[in-house]
Ligand binder design. Structure first.
Ligand code: IPM
Ligand code: MG
Length: 356
């Protein structure tokens, strides 16, 4: 089969890690007889520099015409002083929303080989952890009404959180269906003791739950969830939550795996086209130094194979190659222990290619 993949490499370490993932996809394609055709598009800071806007229309059109999108990262200090609607991050939010990608899957697990990099005490993660964050991605406070106005104390700014029953229902279905294929446990995270959107969230999630009698559902307040993630991450299977809470909790979850450089993500809608990206940012401080970890983007490529193309065996092959490289002691700087020789981004890609 042939697949057209739009590449949005972005800024900072984005190009390095995407190039790594492309090399891995090409290797897998060769092994299993698939052709991946890649076409690059600008988004983020590099698009602002080249065209004046963070998300040029050609990029949206190119992504819409593709079978799937692989993205690196956007943003950097150079563009930090721009106002909200022209910042590089707008490109990401615009793409998510224009492609209708309301589901964000962020798996986080403890690799036995990296247990020593987990900042939690050994007994806290004695039973390991393997969780899937299901984050709502095109609603909530990220997309609500916002602005500046004169308030009670003078000038003020506001952002609003709104969720419709439809938006909650569709993400709840994704979470329950995912749990059915995993360990059958959903924890829905909200702030229902304070927020009205959370009360609607809770009611709706429970109504959807009735259609999944084989899955257990439990509510957890977001502050407690933040605590439970570092108290006993092994208790989580699927977490379903809002755009903002999912953003925050997924960074927390990434840290307990040992490095944010390991976590992939898939953003999905109703069709098969998805947008796949590492959960980390553009890391401008290490861009071009070879210190980036390509694993999160390579694993995002694996998620693309599985979720957009239905190529489960091929995805397994990539994930196993990453496991093998880690088990064999291959380490980029972010996961190197004292005395480990750190591989460059390119050397880690090579190590994974050799194990495909
Ligand atoms: C993420 C990022 C983005 C988000 C930013 C860059 C807009 O933090 O994908 O988690 O908040 O969604
Ligand atoms: Mg984030």
């Amino acid at each position: 089969m042939e697949y057209n993949i739009a590449l949005v490499k972005g800024d900072g370490i984005g190009p390095e890690v995407v190039d790594g993932a492309v090399a891995v996809l090409e290797e897998v394609g060769e092994k299993y007889g698939h052709t991946f055709r890649f076409k690059s598009y600008l988004a983020g800071g590099c698009a602002i520099d080249a065209t004046g806007v963070p998300l040029p229309p050609e990029t949206v059109e190119g992504c819409l015409a593709s079978d799937s999108v692989l993205l690196g990262a956007v943003g950097g200090p150079k563009w930090d002083t721009l106002s909200g609607d022209v910042r590089p991050e707008r490109a990401l939010l615009g793409l998510r929303s224009k492609l209708g990608l309301y589901t964000n899957l962020r798996p986080a697990k403890l690799y036995p080989a990296l247990a020593g990099k987990c900042p939690l005490r050994a007994e806290t993660v004695a039973d390991g952890f393997d969780l899937l964050m299901v984050r709502e991605l095109t609603g909530g406070i990220y997309f609500g009404d916002r602005g500046r106005r004169d308030g009670k104390y003078g000038p003020e700014a506001y952002d609003t959180e709104a969720y419709s029953v439809m938006e909650i229902e569709r993400i709840a279905h994704v979470a329950f269906a995912a749990a059915q294929k995993r360990r059958g446990k959903v924890i829905s995270v909200d702030k229902a003791n304070v927020l009205e959107t959370s009360r609607l969230w809770r009611e709706t999630v429970h109504r959807v739950a009735e259609q999944y009698p084989d899955v257990t559902v439990r509510d957890m307040l977001v502050d407690n969830a933040a605590m439970q993630l570092v108290r006993w991450p092994g208790q989580f299977d699927v977490i379903v939550t809002t755009n903002m809470f999912g953003d925050i909790l997924s960074d927390e979850a990434s840290q307990i795996t040992g490095s944010i450089g390991l976590l992939p993500s898939a953003s999905l809608g109703d069709g098969t086209r998805g947008l796949y990206e590492p959960i980390h940012g553009s890391a401008p401080d290490i861009a071009g130094t070879g210190r980036a970890d390509p694993i999160a983007t390579i694993l995002s490529g694996a998620m693309m194979l599985r979720y957009s193309f239905g190529l489960g065996t091929e995805a397994d092959c990539v994930e196993k190659a990453v496991d093998k490289a880690l088990n064999d002691g291959c380490r980029t700087a972010d996961i190197a222990g004292p005395g480990d020789e750190a591989l460059s981004c390119g050397q880690m890609v090579r190590a994974i290619l050799d194990r495909i």
